[in-house]
Design a protein around this ligand. Sequence first.
Ligand SMILES: [Fe+2]
Length: 207
Amino acid sequence: MGSARETGADDTVSFTQMSDASQADHDLLAARLVPYLTEAPDRFLAALAAQREERSSGYQVDRCEHALQSATRARRDGADVDWVVAALLHDIGDGLAPMNHDRMAAEILRPYVREEVTWVIAHHGVFQLHYTGPFNGGDPAAREQFRESPHFTACAEFCERWDQCSFDPAYGSDPLDSFRADLEAVFSRTPFDPANLCVGTATGLPR
Ligand SMILES: [Fe+2]
């Protein structure tokens, strides 16, 4: 048994191990989760800002600028908020999951955006081999295994129009804070709401 004490009015739980938790403890935690979820956009903006400090990639732009450039291109193409936020966060996992950063970003987005958008982000790493494979030992045709997917064209276009081209230090990206409202719009949605997931539909990128 771990040590336990009375749950504070608005303080912390009584337990030090979950097996000792009370209903009051869980009520407190549930109440704390609401503002924590609401603050998600702040955490994304902070994570993107931190990517400004990563100077060792070798690209002419830092990872934050790459994200801003991708999202700005999506925005200027008339993409909806699902695409804009996905473009902004598509490489957010570079630092923590460099070998499967695409899947990490997809899992962040999955409860909140259209299924096709999640699919595109989950697979953009493989599709980017179309550009990088000839030079880094990857298979540039690896994306062909997904040729029959309803999201193949969207993923190829995502990479072509918003990702592979967004390493340009001369591009005038919108500022980081201009994406706050987009992040708030997406991450204030009810998680896994079928109305947002639109399972089975493929609308693609805007023309
Ligand atoms: Fe990227």
